[in-house]
Design a protein around this ligand. Structure first.
Ligand code: FPP
Length: 261
């Protein structure tokens, strides 16, 4: 998608000393950026606040990330909000997060309409509380006809479970005779993942300095460039996303081949 230059310059006025809009090549903006939003708890604890306050502050960062991604002209922004392992957190924190996901979606629907953003969910929505699932479904319905950026929210998502689910589906189709074993190739598997139809991420951003994937998009990240920042998610701003894109543009992507061949 082509960025609106005037809006973008205004949005990125008053630059900090280390990064400016001119540092990125607007003709080479990644199509799909994915983010592991991490560090909400540490952000809150460092301020003597309850962890939940970190998640609430994280909503503001997420709103800014969506707006920034639209302004930059991304095709897809995906974010990891809740993993299949996150159910192990204290019940109070899980309840707060489920509530926050639902209220945020309702509150942000006008933004999605204004910016023509289409919603997607990655993960097993059947495992969510009824209210959260209902709100997610209405968000899907309300944005189905939008033609701008796709915003994909990974909730109750685990990559190994996703791949196992795709394999199970393939096995059933083979047993039913609707798919032959010879047709089981990479694209057959990719089409049965939650990310069906989306391009693989070009750039993965992880905040709060952790160097691990945490069971996130293991299949889809095969050739993705990684950018890890020590910035905690609630402090992540439009400038951090610009830094990540500038870093990405400085890499030579080889996809297993040789540069320039
Ligand atoms: C990781 O920080 C963050 C989460 C598990 C939840 C992500 C949720 C948000 C950013 C809130 C807004 C999201 C939506 C979709 C409305 P952590 O709690 O693991 O932080 P820590 O590693 O410092 O403990």
């Amino acid at each position: 998608m082509l960025p609106d230059l005037d809006k973008l310059r205004e949005y990125y006025a008053e630059a900090p000393s280390d990064i400016r809009l001119e540092d990125v090549d607007l003709d080479r903006i990644p199509s799909h950026v994915s983010v592991i939003m991490d560090g909400n708890g540490r952000w809150a604890t460092a301020r003597g606040l309850d962890r939940s306050r970190g998640h609430v502050a994280g909503v503001d960062s997420l709103r800014e990330a969506v707006t920034t991604s639209v302004r930059l002209g991304l095709d897809v922004l995906s974010v990891y909000a809740f993993s299949t392992e996150n159910w192990r957190r204290p019940q109070r924190e899980v309840d707060l997060l489920m509530h926050l996901f639902a209220t945020t979606l309702v509150n942000e629907l006008p933004l999605f309409h204004q910016e023509n953003v289409r919603l997607r969910f990655l993960g097993d929505l059947d495992g969510l509380p009824d209210k959260t699932r209902r709100v997610f479904q209405s968000g899907l319905d309300a944005t189905r006809d939008h033609t701008g950026m796709t915003f994909a929210l990974a909730v109750n998502y685990g990559s190994r479970a996703e791949i196992a689910r795709a394999a199970r589906q393939i096995a059933r189709e083979v047993r039913a005779g609707t798919l032959s074993p010879d047709q089981v190739d990479e694209s057959a598997l990719a089409e049965r993942l939650y990310t069906r139809g989306l391009p693989d991420p070009d750039l993965l951003v992880r905040t709060s300095g952790e160097l691990r994937l945490s069971n996130y998009l293991l299949w889809q990240l095969a050739y993705t460039e990684f950018y890890v920042t020590d910035t905690l998610w609630p402090d992540f701003s439009r400038w951090d996303l610009l830094r990540a894109v500038a870093s990405y543009q400085g890499r030579a992507r080889r996809f297993g081949g040789v540069v320039g061949s």
